[in-house]
Structure formats: structure tokens, C-alpha cells
Design a protein around this ligand. Structure first.
Ligand code: TXA
Ligand code: MG
Length: 340
């Protein structure tokens, strides 16, 4: 046991079996990969994924990388075109993550993908990671196992020091062989681009695909606001935040929070009747989609406390509402300037 409380365990077969059991019951397990240690959870469970964001104290719901034991398993979640198949066959298992369209029947939590139509998939090479993926029989959503904003861990001890109180078990596979994160390649559009440099060099990817568009994301044709490097899911209905009483207009739907949603709305989904922000995070993307329908004129959203995952929930809701308060550092979107 470390001082911080997590059990660090050598990856004996019975320990892998216990880790798999923890994952299947919705818990968190830190595990080694060849790049950095990951904080793993059942990627098919919104609740388990919400617990990952809570443990990392991520201020926003960045989409997570989903880990699979092999290409066949990944192909059940994502749509692989010829480019994706070529890269996967060349670099998997290994330090490469592909951002691909989600399959229509993708079993992975929408929260894990931050509500996007894309999914980041990876097949790690590390033996312990492989053993855990096979035993868990679930894809693992796994960001680096560090609190948000600090450096990625490359030993079990790093993980236990920083996150020990928040995870049941840290599988110890020794120091990470590569020690920097996987290269993230976006193949969801026409042009392949590197979103994050990492364990596979750009030149090695270009040797397979040919020259890549200049990356990371954001080019002169498509300027993006600071803090909006990633495209996020935005509902097509207008959102009205801080709704605390009845509807403002006909056919308004309510995204509620807490025990006492005001009456009179055309439809209600409650993020957490108990007022639990972790439960609310797990429900956020799925419920927003359920209310984002043509029969509703607008979606009113009750206030969610800013504590814990509430900060990330509110960040997403503000972005979805038009981004005006999304990021204090980001300028408001300017209307296009008229020439002359
Ligand atoms: O080496 C690694 O990749 C490690 C190990 C544990 O596998 N994982 C890792 O995960 O670094 P994380 O969550 O710390 O980084 C995920 C990266 C972020 O840059 C995120 O923005 C990007 O992947 N990403 C994930 N899903 C995406 C998506 N659908 N579209 C664009 N970027 C995505
Ligand atoms: Mg990270």
C-alpha cells in the first residue's frame, strides 16, 4: 500500500483477473502501457467514464482514447477506411491513436467521446495492458493517469503518488518503455493530420500515407478560438442556461438537475435527481441528444453547481449554448467584417 492508499500490484494472473473484475463492475484501474500509465475504465459505461473525469479533475470533457486488444475489436467501434487499415496494420499494437468516425452501433459511451461523432482508438503493445484488455472483455477508456494539468506518469509510483486515493488498484509493469503519449492522427476528414505528436514519428506516418496536412489542428482557412482546439458536439436547438422556473416559450424542453424541476415543460430529462454531479456528467451527452429534437423549440437547462465535475459540465453547457461564456480567454465570435 502507498501512503496515498492505492494498492500497487505486480501483474500476476490473479491480479489481472481482479483488475478486470474491478473494471467490469464500473471501477477504475491504473495500468501500464508502452507510452505512459493509463487510468482505465469500462468505455461502454457512462458512469465509469464519468468517474475517470472526476478522478483526473479534468476541467473539461476532453474526449478520451479508447483502448482495444486488437484491430478486430476496434473495428466494432470505429469506421476504418483504407488509410486507417494501413496505419493500424503497420503500427498496431503500438503508440498510435487514430481518430475515426464512430460506427452507428458503436458501444462506447458518448461521454468518453465528448459527444463527438468521432472516436479515438488505440491498440497498446504493453503485455500488461493487453492482458487486462483481454480479461476485462471491454474496451478501456484511458487517459494518462495523472491529475489534469500535471505530467503523464511513467511508473506505478507516479500514479499512486498523484491519484492513489482515487483508484482501487495500480498494476505495476515497471517504467514505461516509450514514456511519451501516443501520436494522435485524425483520419475523420479528407486530410489526415497529426493532432498530437507522440510515440510514432511524423516521418514514419508520412512514409505510409504520404505528406500530411500541417498540424496540429487549426489552419488559416479555419481559424479557431483559443480553448476551442477541438470541435465539440453542439445541439441544434438553442440552449437557455440557468433556468429556475417554468418555460419561457411553448414547446420548450428542460434539462433538469436536482429534486425539484419546475413544471410545465414539454419534456424533461433529469441529469441527477439526487443532485450528484458525477451522475449528471454520465447522463449529460445522452440526455442533451434526447432533447435535441425538432419538436422542441429550445432546451432550458437548470443550474448545475460548479463543484467537482460541475465545472466540466458547465463548460460543455456554455459551449453548447453558444460559447459566449465558454472561455474567458477566448474572444467572442466576431461577425464577418464587411469589405469597404
Ligand atoms: O499514450 C497515450 O495515448 C495514453 C495512454 C494511456 O494510452 N493516453 C492518453 O490519453 O494520452 P489522454 O486522454 O491523456 O489524451 C487523449 C488525446 C487528447 O489530446 C484528446 O484531445 C485526443 O486524444 N482525442 C481523443 N478523442 C478524440 C477525438 N474524438 N477527436 C480528436 N481528438 C481526440
Ligand atoms: Mg494526458
Amino acid at each position: 500500500m502507498s501512503a496515498a492508499g492505492a494498492k500497487i500490484a505486480a501483474p500476476a494472473p490473479e491480479t489481472i483477473a481482479r483488475a478486470a473484475e474491478i473494471v467490469r463492475s464500473g471501477g477504475l484501474v491504473a495500468f501500464p502501457t508502452e507510452t505512459v500509465y493509463g487510468l482505465g475504465a469500462d468505455a461502454t459505461s457512462d458512469k465509469a467514464v464519468a468517474a475517470v473525469f472526476a478522478a483526473k479533475a479534468r476541467p473539461r470533457f476532453n474526449p478520451l482514447i479508447i483502448h482495444f486488444p486488437d484491430l478486430a475489436a476496434a473495428a466494432a467501434a470505429a469506421v476504418f477506411d483504407a488509410r486507417a487499415l494501413t496505419l493500424a496494420r503497420r503500427f498496431w499494437p503500438g503508440p498510435l491513436t487514430l481518430v475515426l468516425p464512430r460506427r452507428a452501433d458503436c458501444p462506447v459511451s458518448l461521454l468518453a467521446c465528448a459527444g463527438l461523432e468521432t472516436i479515438a482508438v488505440r491498440v497498446p503493445a504493453d503485455d500488461v495492458a493487453q492482458a487486462l484488455l483481454v480479461a476485462a472483455k471491454r474496451p478501456l477508456a484511458a487517459p494518462s493517469a495523472n491529475p489534469s494539468g500535471s505530467v503523464s506518469p511513467t511508473t506505478a509510483a507516479h500514479v499512486a503518488e498523484a491519484l492513489g486515493g482515487k483508484i482501487a488498484l495500480v498494476l505495476d509493469g515497471g517504467p514505461s518503455r516509450i514514456g511519451i503519449e501516443s501520436t494522435v492522427v485524425d483520419l475523420s476528414g479528407q486530410e489526415a493530420r497529426i493532432l498530437r505528436p507522440g510515440g510514432v514519428a511524423r516521418a514514419d506516418i508520412e512514409a505510409v500515407l504520404g505528406p500530411l496536412a500541417p498540424g496540429p489542428a487549426g489552419d488559416s482557412a479555419q481559424p479557431r478560438s483559443p480553448g476551442l482546439a477541438l470541435q465539440h458536439y453542439a445541439p441544434s436547438r438553442p440552449l437557455r442556461l440557468d433556468a429556475e422556473s417554468g418555460p419561457e416559450r411553448p414547446a420548450e424542453a428542460l434539462l433538469a438537475f436536482g429534486a425539484h424541476p419546475p413544471p410545465g415543460y414539454a419534456a424533461v430529462r433529469n441529469l441527477s435527481p439526487a443532485g450528484d454531479v458525477v451522475e449528471a456528467a454520465a447522463n449529460l451527452f445522452a440526455m442533451l441528444r434526447e432533447l435535441d429534437r425538432p419538436e422542441y423549440a429550445q432546451i432550458a437547462v437548470m443550474p448545475v453547481p460548479e463543484s467537482g465535475l460541475g465545472e466540466a459540465i458547465n463548460d460543455r453547457l456554455r459551449r453548447a449554448a453558444g460559447g459566449a461564456k465558454a472561455d474567458a480567454a477566448a474572444p467572442l465570435r466576431q461577425p464577418p467584417r464587411r469589405a469597404g
